[in-house]
Design a protein around this ligand. Structure first.
Ligand code: NAP
Length: 236
């Protein structure tokens, strides 16, 4: 879909090397935004940026490192003087039973799904409060409020990221910054393969969720977008 109000916006998308992040990158570029694409896989980002054209910028980083996230925000400001939209989308999981959940795995899951989102939110906020405007999109999950066997660490990290997001929403509103918590269900991405899980039947297409995100951030600023939950139709 085309959203006239997004034209020229400067956007960061974390986790842009595949899945929903890649779909978001395509959608923002189709809407004439300048899109910074970040993830750890430099080659995939470079290839995607080349395909998407001059408005797409490959900016490899690891969201679990707050310094790398901060430097990325500084690079955007030095090149474009502003950050209009920051999408905290990077995430992932590895399924594990309680017994097999090592401290290292627990840290890894929290580092990307919770701490990474916090670092991104802080980096975006530092610039957006100077601009007195900006949108921060948090890609959470129905796992934030649905308990799942062998996914306790992931569900808990997404729950923490959810409550963090809904709390800071109140803190930043007076600075003209809006926070959009988005709660997708099963999407047809590489996520399940990486997690050691099975793709749920009737999974949603990431491009459809990307369009919902663009629709949310394109609304007039006096419209409050309440948390949005999207489920695939699969029932156990
Ligand atoms: N698929 C689903 O059913 C589903 C449902 C609800 C919510 N979600 C959430 O949606 C978001 C996108 O997931 P997806 O389904 O599109 O999965 P995906 O295709 O596996 O994409 C995950 C992205 O995150 C990046 N990433 C992972 N760790 C990173 C790190 N430390 N630093 C920077 N980037 C990192 C990956 O790139 P690199 O490996 O190159 O870094 C990749 O671009 C995640 O937050 C996920 O939790 C997914």
């Amino acid at each position: 879909m085309k959203y006239e109000s997004l034209k020229g916006k400067v956007v960061m998308i974390t986790g842009a090397s595949s899945g929903l992040g890649e779909a978001l990158a395509r959608a923002f570029i189709d809407n004439d935004c300048v899109a910074y694409l970040s993830a750890r896989s430099k080659d995939k980002l470079d290839t995607l940026a080349k395909e998407l054209g001059d408005n797409a910028v490959s900016l490899p980083l690891d969201v679990t490192d707050p310094q790398q996230v901060k430097r990325a925000a500084e690079a955007m400001v030095s090149q474009h003087k502003r950050i209009d939209i920051w999408v905290n989308n990077a995430g992932g999981e590895k399924k594990s039973s309680l017994e097999d959940l090592t401290p290292e795995l627990l840290h890894e899951i929290n580092a990307v799904n919770y701490y990474g989102l916090v670092y991104g939110t802080q980096a975006a906020y530092m610039q957006m409060k100077k601009q007195k405007e900006g949108d921060i999109v948090q890609i959470l999950s129905t796992s934030s409020f649905t308990s799942r066997i062998n996914e306790s660490a992931y569900c808990a990290a997404k729950a923490a990221a959810s409550l963090f997001s809904e709390s800071v929403q109140h803190e930043v509103r007076d600075c003209g910054i809006l926070v959009f918590p988005i709660y997708p269900g099963g999407m047809n991405t590489e996520f399940f393969k990486k997690a050691g899980a099975t793709l749920p039947p009737d999974s949603m297409e990431p491009k459809d969720i990307a369009d919902i995100v663009l629709n949310a951030v394109s609304q007039p600023r006096n419209i409050i977008v309440v948390p949005r939950i999207f489920r695939n139709s699969w029932k156990k």
